[in-house]
Design a protein around this ligand. Structure first.
Ligand SMILES: Nc1nc2c(ncn2[C@@H]2O[C@H](COP(=O)(O)OP(=O)(O)O)[C@@H](O)[C@H]2O)c(=O)[nH]1
Ligand SMILES: [Mg+2]
Length: 197
């Protein structure tokens, strides 16, 4: 991959319990609709090209998969990640609660790169109003406490707020990507005796 390609490519990770709608959200964003259930099984990676400020950006979307991605042998799952969206399901308080533990694990994996690494939060299935199991105030409190940049309530079923959530994720990923690149170049510049640079 040459430098220009590297610059125009961002990687984002979606983390959350099984069944919260990560695959459906990704399909909705990438393909414009969500497929039937069977075709969803086994998918953990998708890509989409988008135009941001007149420039084409390739967005790589990686979904949490089983077994646990936090194990050392699965580090590649987060390698080069520029942003992370936590996904829970508005109809299950448990799916929100388990994000506390997941956030800690993600932070441990990307520890070296944690400065300025952006997180957002997505509460999915907002079409199922009557089954709602959590209030917005509790979620927003957690975001504030944990330094999570934005919160969206989406529906992969109707498409509500899906583009908005991904656009924000990509925007934050691009900012992180650029500043990280810049830091690497700065570091390289500080090592004049290293001929491999
Ligand atoms: N009503 C509703 N169902 C959804 C929504 N998103 C996903 N689902 C359903 O929830 C189930 C799990 O979705 P999936 O995308 O496979 O979740 P994943 O395990 O997080 O990837 C599927 O039956 C989807 O059709 C949504 O926004 N609203
Ligand atoms: Mg899935």
């Amino acid at each position: 991959m040459n430098e220009a390609e590297e610059e125009s490519r961002v990687k984002v990770n979606l983390i959350g319990e099984f069944g919260t709608g990560k695959t459906s959200l990704t399909q909705r964003y990438v393909d414009g609709y969500s497929h039937d259930y069977k075709s969803r099984i086994g998918i953990d990676f998708k890509a989409k090209n988008v135009i941001v400020e007149g420039k084409e950006i390739r967005v790589l979307i990686w979904e949490e998969r089983l077994p646990a991605i936090y194990e050392m042998e699965n580090l590649s799952y987060f390698r080069g990640s520029d942003a992370c969206a936590f996904v829970f399901n508005l109809t299950s308080h448990d799916s929100f609660d388990c994000l506390k533990n997941k956030k800690e694990k993600v932070e441990n994996v990307i520890a070296d790169d944690l400065n300025d690494y952006p997180f957002i939060l997505i509460g999915n299935k907002n079409d199922q109003h009557e089954l709602r199991d959590i209030n917005r105030f509790e979620v927003e409190n957690w975001c504030q406490k944990e330094g999570i940049r934005s919160y969206f309530e989406t529906s992969a079923e109707t498409g509500d707020k899906v583009d908005e959530a991904f656009s924000e994720l990509v925007r934050l990923a691009l900012i992180h990507h650029k500043s990280y690149d810049f830091k690497m170049k700065e570091l390289a510049a500080k090592e004049p005796f290293d001929e491999s640079e």
